[in-house]
Structures are given as C-alpha cells and as structure tokens.
Write a protein that binds this ligand. Structure first.
Ligand SMILES: Nc1nc2c(c(=O)[nH]1)N=C([C@H](O)[C@H](O)COP(=O)(O)OP(=O)(O)OP(=O)(O)O)CN2
Ligand code: ZN
Length: 141
C-alpha cells in the first residue's frame, strides 16, 4: 500500500467548555493538520503514471479544508450565550460553530470525515494543537 501525506496549518481560537484550567478561556493555536491517504495501485499511463493521486490535488483539497477554519473563533454549539455570539457576529468576528468539543482528537476525526466525503481513501489524520502535542484519528480494522 502507498501512503501519501499532505499538511497545512491554520490559526484559530477556541476554548474547552467544562474544562478546569486555563484552556477554559479563549485562546489560540496554530493548528497543524497532517492528512494521509492510501492507495493500492499506481496509475499506469498518462499524467498520473506512477502516482496514486496527484499531490497537487491532495494539497489543494487539504489547504481548502484548512483555510475554511482559519482566523476564526471555533466554538462548540451551546457553550456560549446567544447574546454573546450575536454581539461578536455583529461586530464582524468570524465564529465557526461545531457540534463537538474542539479538542485535537475531535478535530482529527472531523477532518478525516471531510476528506473521506471528498472521496479520498483516508488512512489517518493527525492534528497538532501545539508543536509537541497531537492526536491522530484512523479507523480500526
Ligand atoms: N487530550 C487533549 N488534551 C487537551 C487538549 C486536547 O485537545 N486534547 N486541549 C487542551 C487545550 O486546548 C490547551 O490549549 C492545551 O494547552 P497546553 O497543553 O497547556 O499547551 P500549551 O502549549 O499552552 O502548554 P504550556 O505548558 O502552557 O506551554 C488541553 N488538553
Ligand atoms: Zn487549546
């Protein structure tokens, strides 16, 4: 099996609702997303000869997915008062609501599923929350 890897980063803020400690406050990370996709066979002719897929396509899709989350405050639905959310939105802030706690683990599954929906045979997705801490999602066999 061949495994291809592409990575991209985005800068966004989050907080962990219900967390006891500093991560309960709004703070930012440079999130680094490493996506790995698999393929059994290489193309035998044409532009893709010797390739599973074109890195250019994979890079473009990973970058688009990641850029969609850049420079935002990413919050779990229901963890911020509507009035606060509305004020932030009215003041032009980019708020992304997601239906899960914004941890590295949850993001790794989330980005895995986005790439899967685009048709990739995803092997695993790793999300670095800091340069030294990451979580990886892959399907059990
Ligand atoms: N298993 C997980 N644990 C934690 C997660 C997570 O996603 N998965 N996330 C957090 C917080 O988001 C927090 O921002 C991480 O902070 P911390 O580990 O403290 O990272 P720092 O780089 O800020 O650490 P310093 O030691 O203060 O430099 C918490 N846990
Ligand atoms: Zn954090």
């Amino acid at each position: 099996m061949y495994i291809l890897r592409a990575e991209h980063s985005f800068d966004s803020a989050h907080f962990l609702s219900g967390y006891e400690g500093k991560c309960a406050n709004i703070h930012g990370h440079r999130w680094r997303i490493v996506a790995e996709v698999a393929g059994e066979k290489l193309a035998s002719e044409g532009q893709l000869r010797g390739m599973v897929i074109d890195f250019g396509d994979l890079k473009r899709d990973v970058k688009k997915m990641v850029d969609d989350h850049d420079h935002a405050l990413i919050i779990e639905t229901g963890t911020m008062r509507e009035v606060t959310l509305n004020c932030l939105r009215e003041d032009g802030f980019n708020i992304i609501e997601i239906p899960f706690r914004p941890t590295a683990e949850e993001f790794s599954r989330y980005f895995y599923e986005i790439l899967e929906e685009k048709g990739y045979q995803v092997k695993r997705v790793t999300v670095y929350e800091t340069p030294t801490n990451c979580a990886t999602y892959e399907r059990g066999r």
